[in-house]
Design a protein around this ligand. Sequence first.
Ligand code: CLF
Ligand code: SF4
Length: 300
Amino acid sequence: MQCSCGQTDSNSKISLQIKEKTDKHPCFSVEVHHKYARMHLPVAPKCNISCKYCNRKFDCLNESRPGVTSEILSPQQALEKFKLVKDNMEYLSVVGIAGPGDALANWQETKTAIQLIQAVDREIIFCLSTNGLKLPELAEEIVDLEVNHVTVTVNSLTPEIGAEIYNYINYKGERHTGLKAAQILIDNQLRGIELLAKKEVLVKVNIVMIEGINDHHIPAIVRKVKELGAFITNIMPLIPASGTQFETHRPTSTVKLNEMRRVCQEELQQMFHCQQCRADAIGLLGKDVANQFRQNKKAV
Ligand code: CLF
Ligand code: SF4
């Protein structure tokens, strides 16, 4: 595993309080990913968009690799699981909500789980991962909830490329497809990133690199999200999942992926140590111990 992270001036823009938290976040701070652990709470099963590389039998591919499904927990079960893990893992620093669907498409469950845990632990860092569709409407609540780390997946800046990646979105009671769906999604992602960054939330932007579809466009995405205030980008490979429209698409080569990360590192710090975790991952990145804590398995 290659661990390298181009340091830019992103770090200098954050307050001491947020920096202290970020220094214990294994995804946002490369130096500590062998030291601090995160646990994901799979309280978010639904999704409000359809990515062409997604098979809903798996976890959200914007943050995970295909081939696994996670158990689903209610917010109360999530609290119990947090307490159990915290009691057994003193280096646990982050609670993340990364699916198995979209954290914001299940906002009540996500919010309740966070509030229940905050009532018993004021030190733990919260982290959310989302496709960004609901970000503009929920950014203020996220800030009020004192969530300081959010990941948004942005695969395109243009509706033409977006329409090659997304089938549809469900937005405000309506389903949109094609160019319109992609345009709404992109607009909301970009507006949401800007809103969060202005409120000192550290935004990581995940980009799924799909050869022949959006690979040439990735440096432009990185430039744009940097301009909007993103802290770091995480370029991830497409791993074609069975049963999806990208099933037979060529997987993104590691060589090309790392080359793209190096190019983009000139612009903004890059994540090289992502493990494409599952939505119920627990432990140090790359040393998952979720099995030790799993109780009630349930397919998505
Ligand atoms: Fe989880 Fe994601 Fe928060 Fe990390 S994972 S919600 S930012 S606490 Fe990390 Fe895992 Fe990569 Fe995600 S290694 S898939 S980047
Ligand atoms: Fe699947 Fe995640 Fe895309 Fe939703 S956002 S369709 S869960 S990959």
